[in-house]
Every structure is written in structure tokens, then in C-alpha cells.
Design a protein around this ligand. Sequence first.
Ligand SMILES: Cc1cc2nc3c(=O)[nH]c(=O)nc-3n(C[C@H](O)[C@H](O)[C@H](O)COP(=O)(O)OP(=O)(O)OC[C@H]3O[C@@H](n4cnc5c(N)ncnc54)[C@H](O)[C@@H]3O)c2cc1C
Length: 488
Amino acid sequence: MAEHDVLIVGAGPTGLVLAICLTRLGARVRIIDKTQGPGTTSRAMVLHARNLEFYRQFGFADAAIEGGIRFKGVNLWAGGKHAGRIAFEDVGPGLSRYPFPLVYPQDQHEQMLVGQLARLGVGVERETELLSFQTVDGGVRARLKGGGVHQARFLAGCDGARSTVREELGVGFPGGTYADLFYVADVIGSGPPSNGDTHVALDEADILAVFPMKGPGRMRLVGSLREPPAEELRWEDVSKRIIEHLRLKIDEVRWFSTYRVHHRVASAFRRGPVFLLGDAAHIHSPVGGQGMNTGIGDAVNLGWKLAAVLQNRIDPEALDTFETERIAFARQLVSTTDKAFEFINNRGPIAEGVRLHVVPFLLPKLFSLRAGRRLLFKTVSQLAVKYPDSPLSAGPEGGDRLPWISFGDDGDNYAPLSSFDWQVHCYGEAPPEVRELCGARGMPLHVFPSHPGIEEDAVYLVRPDGHIGLDGASALGNYLDEHKILPR
Ligand SMILES: Cc1cc2nc3c(=O)[nH]c(=O)nc-3n(C[C@H](O)[C@H](O)[C@H](O)COP(=O)(O)OP(=O)(O)OC[C@H]3O[C@@H](n4cnc5c(N)ncnc54)[C@H](O)[C@@H]3O)c2cc1C
């Protein structure tokens, strides 16, 4: 007999969001982590708009925004010259309620998530390590160090890049490791990069990004070294030329760490009752700050599906769509970030010239057009994530994220998503047969005024995660029957 519905291994951002999502939807979870406490270092710095939209559904987007800094713009520097600035202040209006990336250090972010989970009555069990597991009738039996044996219906491996769950499953993690060594440092300093913007500098040898942090003179440096020393790298060993090029004066280094960057995607995200999410499933270069954000997206995608299956509100086959939807996105992401990283790092003399003398000057010009900046924002903020090939997607816009529409003082069409449940949206007139069907099946129906951003009289069946399941009214009954969908 399963003691819990879901055993979540790992309390990083991915595991915490999965625990919040499942608990919020009424599932019984146990979340364990082998460490003594949450991470105390800043690591991933950017939380993107799509995840703020999910956090709004959970009710804590404002708490995140309060703790972070809105990303205003990025300055490009090449060989010590300020090449230009790409403004982010005006990119998002009309695209999302959160038209900005949020600079929000991972330690603060995790603490906020731990607090939100505690408010739902669930605590992270610390110093509890998953050693091994086996699938048994009705679920998974896990052997825990410090916790005995535990049985659950499902197991979620949110246990990071060196995942025990992935290893135990024997699932491959193909890809590679970049030769460059990355360093991260939280510093106190002054100079042009301390103006609250983000700065990216390139020179012949190195790359450095500087992010603003809360507090006077606080900044986060992320750099890469092409020729790392054989010995362990210390801050004292980091070439100071690129820092001087930025006219950055550093008074104190509060945290310094190095890490190797890999580009890998697990060859499967699901084996029976066991799932892989977050860094356990995919890792890539930090270009664009996508890693942690993708793990949070995985957690939301799996969370609502698991809860619905546990409560017999959807066909269990829906669980297969977790892999279909998320592995496709992870592969595309790893390939794009890999190309971007290879391009930035290309060592040939021509590529070097383009990298230093063309791109940093061309990009700000390219993105001086608002349309270009909006496209860039849509892509990096993950607002463009869609699942057209999913068995859960039907009709022309099936699988797309629901377009966000603001009705000014009358609110927006994302407000009802806080129920985290299936719902029907009509933009204009609601056809009588749709009203009747929603009434008969207890399916929430929301009718909004027609809007230029959306087809007149459009009818969408919206999934709990805000993606369109079905675009169109005529197949509504069939879709609900086919997938055995029942509202909560
Ligand atoms: C030094 C450093 C700097 C980074 N900088 C950036 C950056 O600038 N930008 C960026 O986007 N990303 C960065 N990252 C990556 C980012 O931190 C990860 O993408 C993110 O943490 C992934 O979240 P996760 O929850 O999937 O996994 P993790 O955060 O790795 O969490 C996994 C958890 O599982 C626990 N665990 C592991 N095995 C077991 C087990 N057997 N039993 C129980 N618990 C277990 C671990 O203790 C850990 O708490 C950085 C990472 C590091 C280490």
C-alpha cells in the first residue's frame, strides 16, 4: 500500500515547484533531500516571465517580484568598448502581465518556495537520501538513507545533474562537456557595470556577464575561461583584464565558485511510474538563463497531469505527454544554447573578428527595432513554448500558450487560471451548445469580450497549465471524452 502518492527526490527549484503544484491540487507528497538545508549560494539568477505566470497561478508571483530586480537592459562590451545597449523596459507589454525577466538569486528563490510549500503544510525532509528503488505492484518502493523504506504510487527524480534516479533507471544522458570552465562570483564593487543593468563583455580570451543584485554595489559575475589552469581555479587566478576593460572596481568577493558546463538530454523522461525532471533530465550552457526555468516548467507540466491521474480525472495515457512535450522542448533548447555557446566561443581568426568586431555592435542595432526585441523577449522568457505535436493538442492553436489579454481595469484572461483546472474560454459570443456542454459537465466557462489579439468568437479549451488543449467548439465533447477529462 502506497504511503504517499508521489515521492519527490530533490528539493531544488524543480522538486519544490512540483511539490507545491501537487499539494495545491490535493495529492499527498513526500519531498526529501540529502542536504542539511536549502542552497545558500546565488547560482541561477534569472526567473523568466512564463514561470512568473505559473507563480501567479499558485498565488506567489508578487512575492518573487518583491524579492528580485526587474531586468532593464543588457549592455554589450567588446575589447573594452561599450558597443551598445538592448533595452528590455518596453519589450513585453501586451505579451504577458510580467513583461520583464526577473533577476532573483536562486538561494532567495528556493527559500521563498520552501516557505510557500510550508504554508501548504508540507516540509522538506532533510538529510534523507534516496539510495535505490524498485518498481512494484502499485508503484515504487524506495530505499532511503536516514528514512528506511518508502512506498509511493509515483517517483519524481528532481535530483539534479548527477541524478541517482536516472542512474538507477539506467537511462542514458548523452551529450558532452564544454572545455571552458565557468566561474561565478558575488561581489561588492563600483564602476559602470554597477548601474543596475546587465553587462556582457567579450575579449580575445574571456567572456564575462555582470548582473545587478539587491544591496549597494552588489553584483553577480558569471565568466568563462578558455584556458583554465590544471589546478583548482581561485578568484586570484581569474584574469582581471576583462574586469578592468569594464572599469569594474571590486572591493569584496563574497562567494566564488567554478563549474563545468555540459549539454545533455536524458534519453527518456519516463519509465513507468518514475519521472525525470529539471537538471536530472537536461543540462545546458547558462546562455539565456534557461536551465532552472526549464526545470520549473517540467514540474508544472507533470504536476497537474499526475494529480489528475491520481484523482481519475484524466486518461492515465496523459502521463506519456510529459515526455513528448518536455523532451522535445529540452532537445530544441540544448541545441540552440549549444549553437549560441559555440558561436560565442569559436576560436578561428574570422569567427574571432566577427565575435569581437561585428556581433556586439550589430545586435543592439538589430534589436533597436521593438519587434526584434519582442521576439527576443518572447523566446528567452519561454512565452513561446508550445506543444503542437502532443496528443493533448487539437485544432490550429492547440498546444500554444493561451495568448495573454489585458482588459485594463477589468482584469485579464489569466485571472481564472488560478483555479489550476481545465476551463473553456470564449472571446465574443459563447455558442449555446458550448454553454450547454459546460453546464452539463461542470466545466468552468469564461466569456470575455472579443479582442484584436484573438480571433472573433474563438473558443478554447484551456489546460490547467494555461496551454490550449483544443482550439474550436465543435470537437469539445469528443475531446473531453477521448481524454476522459473531468474538472476538479
Ligand atoms: C555553481 C553553480 C552556478 C550556477 N549558475 C547558474 C547560472 O548562472 N544560470 C543558470 O541558469 N543556472 C546556473 N546553475 C544551474 C542551476 O543551479 C540549476 O539549473 C538548477 O539548480 C536546477 O534545479 P533542479 O531543482 O533541477 O536541481 P538542483 O538544484 O541540482 O537540485 C537537486 C537536489 O536534489 C538533491 N539530491 C540529489 N541526489 C539526491 C538523492 N539521492 N537523495 C536525495 N536528494 C538528492 C540535491 O541535494 C539537490 O538539493 C548553476 C549551478 C551551480 C552549481
